[in-house]
Design a binder for this molecule. Structure first.
Ligand code: SF4
Length: 449
């Protein structure tokens, strides 16, 4: 068979005021743009599991749109899409099916809503695709495709068996960041989280030698690759990650990842990260106030317990030469209109190198979506186009929709003011320079204090 993998890339927001006044400002969507320009690791991984002699190709939807053509000389199309682009993905699936071409879809959105997706495609992959892809390809080849492919209950993919993703399917010059997954899942469970915790209740790591093999494969294609670890929470298994950091140091690559704030308590880990090439860690701080954090993490209210150490933790991480991109979610139930000033104040005082603010977004399949739906607080239960992280699709608990939209916009304008950003970045750079000349621990105490 000829199989085309199509990734739904690109970002946009529905909120016209934000688009007109804010979304074009540098910094506002920096992180979202980076995410949108990453290749789809899940599709490259499925490609890596596809047996010969099938012929494979990989496409970004934005490139296909620019060229105004879809690859039609194929037998099977596999589409992966985030919620915000799902309506576009359905339209593309409809076009293929109208030509008699088989379409399968996967990803978090269709895993949550397989029946919806089946109105537009022939088969849906629910959950971890690695568990069912080989069977799906075999069935499609035999003309006996089923409608839903899901792993047996209670079974999850072992990352020891992870295939080498088909990085070679990518056009090298089209990507300046390449993704590698080192773990799946997260030990926490946040109300709003639409990540791999929806696919697996367990935290699992990929063996060090497999991660290193992927990095080497990437280095064979790209001269100086910047790696983005496609993890939801790296470092939750400390001894494993320390071993990975020691191995990674030899590879001399620069990289970015996401982690929780607890890494700030392990100075040995931070030093290993820095030596292994870590340039930035993205941390979901979510809220600078206890009211906002209370109840966000559903197992042990873990995030609320970290709040007293937030500022010092950011400084400790940055004092080791790793920049922090702190993420805040606006519109949490404990947020009142004062939260916008409180976020600004936290960013200023902590000296965060980068900051990302988003609007609370009820993605299908999350506890948040179900809670807001039950409480009658969703503005539109199927407004998937609004799941952009910048659009409001719910009634906030302690402010109006307009207060959230306007407060968010004003906060964005203040946070991404070039002078404010430059001042924070200068502080980080000056600290790094100073640290090189001073006693290490004295500098750490000073910077943390
Ligand atoms: S800590 Fe992050 S990855 Fe883990 S559940 Fe919360 S939002 Fe999701």
């Amino acid at each position: 068979m000829k199989i085309a993998f199509i990734a739904m890339s690109g970002i946009r927001a529905e909120n016209e005021k934000l688009v007109a006044a804010g979304l074009t400002m540098p910094g506002v969507v920096e992180r979202s743009k980076v995410v949108a320009s990453l290749p789809s690791l899940s599709l490259l991984t499925l490609a890596g599991m596809t047996p010969e002699p099938h012929a494979l190709s990989y496409h970004e939807i934005d490139d296909l749109k620019k060229a105004d053509c879809l690859p039609m000389d194929v037998d099977l199309v596999a589409i992966s899409s985030l919620t915000a682009q799902i309506d576009d993905a359905y339209q593309i699936a409809d076009r293929y099916r109208a030509k008699g071409i088989t379409v399968v879809m996967g990803g978090l959105h269709v895993s949550a809503l397989p029946e919806e997706a089946l109105q537009h495609c022939d088969a849906v992959i629910v959950g971890e695709g690695e568990m069912t892809w080989a069977q799906l390809v075999e069935d499609a080849d035999a003309g006996a495709l089923d409608h839903i492919y899901r792993p047996p209950a209670g079974e999850y993919f072992d990352l020891k068996d992870a295939p080498m993703p088909r990085f070679d399917l990518l056009a090298p010059r089209a990507y300046n960041r390449i993704t590698v997954q080192t773990s799946r899942g997260c030990p926490h469970r946040c109300d709003f989280c639409a990540s791999s915790i929806l696919l697996t209740p367990f935290y699992r790591v990929k063996p060090v030698e497999k991660v290193i093999a992927e990095i080497r494969q990437i280095k064979a294609i790209w001269d100086k690759p910047f790696i983005e670890f496609a993890d939801d929470n790296s470092f939750a298994a400390r001894p494993h990650y320390k071993a990975l950091m020691r191995a990674l140091k030899q590879e001399r690559v620069k990289w970015f990842t996401e982690a929780d704030i607890s890494i700030a308590n392990d100075l040995e880990l931070l030093d290993l990260m820095r030596e292994a090439g870590c340039r930035q860690v993205l941390v979901g701080l979510e809220s600078p106030t206890g009211g906002g954090l209370d109840g966000v993490e559903l197992k042990r209210n873990w995030k609320l317990k970290q709040l007293p150490d937030y500022e010092a933790a950011v400084r400790r991480i940055q004092s080791r030469g790793i920049t922090v991109n702190g993420c805040f979610i606006l519109g949490l139930d404990g947020h009142t209109p004062t939260v916008f000033d409180e976020v600004y104040r936290f960013v200023e005082q902590s000296g965060l190198f980068d900051v990302q603010v988003t609007v609370l977004t009820p993605f299908p399949g999350t506890p948040l979506y179900e809670r807001l739906r039950t409480e009658g607080r969703l503005l539109d239960e199927r407004a998937w186009r609004k799941c952009t992280l910048f659009d409001v699709n719910f009634e906030p608990a302690n402010m109006s929709v307009e207060e959230l939209e306007d407060g968010f916009l004003q906060l964005v304008q203040r946070l991404y003011d070039p002078d404010f950003t430059d001042a924070r970045r200068r502080r980080f750079i000056e600290m790094c320079h100073a640290r090189d000349d001073e006693d290490w621990s004295a500098a750490l105490v000073r910077d943390a204090g």
